[in-house]
Ligand binder design. Sequence first.
Ligand SMILES: Cc1cc2nc3c(=O)[nH]c(=O)nc-3n(C[C@H](O)[C@H](O)[C@H](O)COP(=O)(O)OP(=O)(O)OC[C@H]3O[C@@H](n4cnc5c(N)ncnc54)[C@H](O)[C@@H]3O)c2cc1C
Length: 384
Amino acid sequence: MDLNELLPDDLLDRFRARAKGYDERNEFFHEDLAELKSQGYLRMFASIEDGGLGFGLQQAAAAQRRLATAAPATALAINMHLVWTGVAHLLHRRGDASLHYVLSEAVAGEVFAFGNSEAGNDSVLFDSNTVATPLADGGYSFTGTKIFTSLSPAWTRLGMFGKDSTGAQPALVHAFITRETPGYTIKDDWNTLGMRASQSNTTVLDGAVAAPERVFRRLPVGPNADPLIFAIFACFETLLAAVYTGLGERALQIGVETVHRRKSQKNGGKSYAQDPDIRWRIADAAIAMDGLYPQLDSLARDVDDLADHAGMWFPKLVGLKVRATETARTVVDLIIRVSGGGSYFAGSELGRLYRDVLAGMFHPSDDESAHSTIATAWLGPLES
Ligand SMILES: Cc1cc2nc3c(=O)[nH]c(=O)nc-3n(C[C@H](O)[C@H](O)[C@H](O)COP(=O)(O)OP(=O)(O)OC[C@H]3O[C@@H](n4cnc5c(N)ncnc54)[C@H](O)[C@@H]3O)c2cc1C
């Protein structure tokens, strides 16, 4: 399906108009979600034969980039659903159908959230503070606190993990629970600077039980080469990069429109688009964005094409995430500087992008972790 058909201009206009109100009222994007569902957006990774759109990561990233030009918080939250369905798709492409049900359920209308982040857990996927207790039937019960669970008001499936320390070797257990599962609560604690419509509330698990058929991995603690980890990284970093790329792209569009509109009294009423200093800043922003589009596109395509980057896969993926989030932040900053004080008023789209773009630095891999991964790839590990 063509991107203009999936996300037509009039739909993006509606999303952009609603984004302002969601942000002001700190409200979840229910109307956007309903429209995305009816467009088939949530089933993009399922094959056409299975009722999906047959997208790979390259097309999904292009779609997320376009969506984020209208509603970054909506795009960021939907990313979490796309990560799980993308993981299922990537594993399937690599001969592992263990998560095929995720794609079937997405086609049936289920919404998947990503409940992995934990307070104080900077090992991210390689350790967990959540306790996973094995049950007699092969299921697991989970107790712990997951922070920043986007899509909190709407998810029907929550993918998460915890640590089972009952065996000789502790294991990280990954599983899905359904919304009907007892034993969890969602706190009403999302009141942030930006990305407000994502409603990424805290989820407290208190003996939430995942059925045996919903337990999909048991992995050792620490880094490992399981395809699940690659698939999560590949989808998460690429789709996240796509959201912030779209955000930066929109900031640049706003900048171009604004400097054409603003007139300089000093320069005889000419628009700021004629001011050499302003032109320089717009050019700087355009140069920065221009480098990002092909990097996003080609790395996503490499994932689809099963390219072999061997030990450079992780550096490339985290590098893309850092470049996209940092470039978008620089570009928004440049555009604020050419747009004048109007962008400082509450309700200004650019002001909202300024707040939204800051979230980019907190997502994994954060700056320190990404630089450590990349330095190790180029220089070898730190000596102990
Ligand atoms: C907009 C947005 C949406 C996100 N959506 C998702 C999502 O859907 N799913 C997901 O898994 N992740 C999501 N993330 C989470 C993200 O990836 C990071 O995990 C998150 O930003 C926390 O970062 P941090 O550890 O640097 O925060 P920190 O500020 O270090 O910690 C976050 C909170 O934990 C507390 N804390 C920190 N250390 C400890 C400790 N040792 N003991 C007790 N409490 C502690 C802090 O006081 C703080 O309140 C999202 C992030 C953002 C910004």
